[in-house]
Design a protein around this ligand. Sequence first.
Ligand code: GYE
Length: 341
Amino acid sequence: MFGKRSYGVIAVGILLVMTLFLLLFGSRLFTDIEEEAHITQENRIVVGVSQLGSESGWRTANTESVQNAFTQQNGYFLIFHNARQKQENQLKAIRSFISQRVDYIIFSPVVETGWETVLQEAKEAGIPVILMDRKVDVEDESLYVTCVGSDFEEEGEKAGHWLEGELVRQNRSSQSVNIVILAGTEGSSSQIGRSAGFATVADRHGNWNILEEKCAEFTSTKGKEVMKTFLRRYPDIDVVVSQNDDMTFGAIEAIKESGRTVGVNGDIMIISYDALGDALEMVADGAINVDIECNPNQGEYLLEVIDMLEAEEPIEKRYYVEEDVFTIENVTEEVLNGRTY
Ligand code: GYE
């Protein structure tokens, strides 16, 4: 209907009208947006979260829990940063939170050491720091206000106690038992605590031979790789202790590929940590003997802690999340259906 020229005229017309509109109302519009952003932030509690990475199913669930807690509806403005397993990235993120003058800093330290300086900087800026999931190893405990996470040493002991009971049940408590350990990120609280807790129980049993403990970084790929070397090196492994489910998934693949079987009726007993939904299915199927739960739903706990701090109520130095131990006996349909991660 219209010729090419008419299109040109219409386009120029539209452009002119838009320019006029922007000239008349543009500055008002942008000031409004700026003001709104300002007001939005002013009424909200600004929280900077430095997550250590996204190495595992547990971590994904933990991140989701934090993001679901610190929402606008709950009165928060969340600045979230993923450090991809690098401490230097976490240091940078924390320093940027300090320069943005956030109200609270929450972070999950990838390893325990090396935080004094940055925590001192946060303290001098008057910004309270809350530790999530893992701990820091610092002399001056006033460098953080509190921690929300798991008792990793207790988790390690739970694994040891389960093995004690199982060996008695199988009438093997006086026979020698060969154990290998797939460890998580070296120097992380979860690795340190789980290794130490399990060792406390193992030390009481002269017949438990820990053949080797090797780092597999909490990932499935590494778990498989390290398990392969274990299988090559040690022909008689009775028990694998794998410090998280992702490494367990990889390790079970490696064991099956080597022609051996796992779990309740298998050649090699599997002890795992985290209790992700997929792992609990494997507990129910008898492929994993026991899974020591580690609860990633820490967002709600963090909200409560901040509520208390806002109300200037006294708070504890440490809050532990609730955790269970799962075997084929107690992984019910209800438990499986209730798992959201
Ligand atoms: O068990 C593992 C994750 O620190 C509890 O880190 C956390 C551990 C968790 O990568 O899956």
